[in-house]
Ligand binder design. Sequence first.
Ligand code: HXC
Length: 510
Amino acid sequence: MQDILDQLEARRAEARQGGGQRRIDSQHAKGKLTARERLELLLDPGSFEEFDMFVKHRSTDFGMDEQHYPGDGVITGWGTINGRKTFVYAQDFTVFGGSLSETHAQKICKVQRMAMKQGAPIIGLNDSGGARIQEGVAALAGYTDVFQNNIIASGVIPQISVIMGPSAGGAVYSPALTDFIFMVRDTSYMFLTGPDVLKTVTNEVVTAEELGGAKTHTTKSSVADGAFDNDMEALAEIRRLFDFLPLNNREGVPERTFFDKHDRIDNSLDTLVPENPNIPYDMKELVTKIADEGDFFEIQADFAKNMLTGFIRLEGRTIGVVANQPMVLAGCIDSDASRKAARFVRFCDCFSIPLLTLVDVPGFLPGTSQEFGGVIKHGAKLLYAFGEATVPKVTVITRKAYGGAYCVMSPKHLGGDINYAWPTAQIAVMGAKGAVEILHRKELDKPDVIAQKTAEYEDMFLSPFRAAERGYIDEVIQPRSTRKRLTRAFALLKEKNLTNPWKKHDNLPL
Ligand code: HXC
């Protein structure tokens, strides 16, 4: 009997060695942790339950029948993060470069299916040379099976991808189909075709980092939602994000103990909006001052900075925040900001995360580059996302809400449940200068008349009261009591139950 037990331990020890000490050392030398070390940091200590540790590939070509590593380059299973269950897979670069074989894919598919059945998120730690070259179409089939599961799981369980090494070729599409992608600076990259192919086909000379590193994907392409300095920071931040997320689309947001007064008054908010309407202020300050313990997990912090998206908690419950940022482009909405916010709103709506919208927007960004780039369609995405979202929606207009941008930023007319404005709000078709220049074009050479008309316009329209008279604003609130008003509003809306009419699925303007 003892022999059999020892044999099991010996087999396990062999599997835990992955591709062997030399390759583990090489992984460390690149500043990367091994797949097992990563899982240890991601999950609660001792909570990891592994599956399929002894799976071996079945390929025989290119001498592969001589090379077997138990587990076949991916470690799969489940564990907990702060006591809440999650499924995981971590590709092991020390085994055939973490490349995906038929059996490697089957292991991932198994945990994907289990995650859907159990209603728990799945987190993939990607570090792979792509399709296992020796396996040909069997590897491609395996990838596509993973993609199909990603698609079916979308909107059912949160799916998070962390890119911790190479992710090249079609392999990028599994992360791209998930809800969030995070990257590690300097050690990870993602591209469809690598630098060598680019050089041959298009004559472009570019490094892997420039083409598909964390900076490129968090600032230019918006493929990734965030980047971290090293594996340890990345995994700690994924744990932090995980705590904000529901386990599935039926469970609702997690509730956790909070240490902040629900009716905390913050007098500094009364002077957050400068007297001069053309001077910017940092909307992030408002977000963190409202949030429980000032905790804000920002999504896509480095892309389309004119729009903020991320998670906070109010009374221990997760809230998705969408906010204009007057510090960048005066808070104007452009195509990138629209796409960024629309995707975030849809994520929140999938998983019953209530939405808080903070508005200070002078309009859509004008310009040929915007029009040629399809701002009409991208802006429509945001309109669509807010309009179809059935989760509790609370909006606060702090200053400008002009023109089409008013219509887009979760107003009453798109099903806003409670819409507040600060006394500094200006809700109008456009700013005073622009309005007077159009209405009194023939009198532009009379500065006195223009000044008087501008003052009249400002008095009449640049306040929250015209909108409040019509009930488009439910109440004008004191800035200092914003947290209190919001906690009460979201508490009221906790049981909101709204369903849109049945349809096979919608036709979002893609
Ligand atoms: C099999 C692979 C492999 C792969 C790497 N290895 N990629 N084995 N299939 N795709 C093996 C190497 O042979 C090596 O084995 C070990 O992994 C480490 O690789 P190195 O090259 O030594 O590491 P490094 O210098 O860090 O370079 C990493 C790399 C490079 C940039 C990922 O290995 C590489 O370019 N690999 C090929 C990438 C690729 O073209 N993949 C196919 C993409 S197309 P030993 O035994 O020496 O440790 C694709 C289609 C998917 O994926 C389509 C889905 C629809």
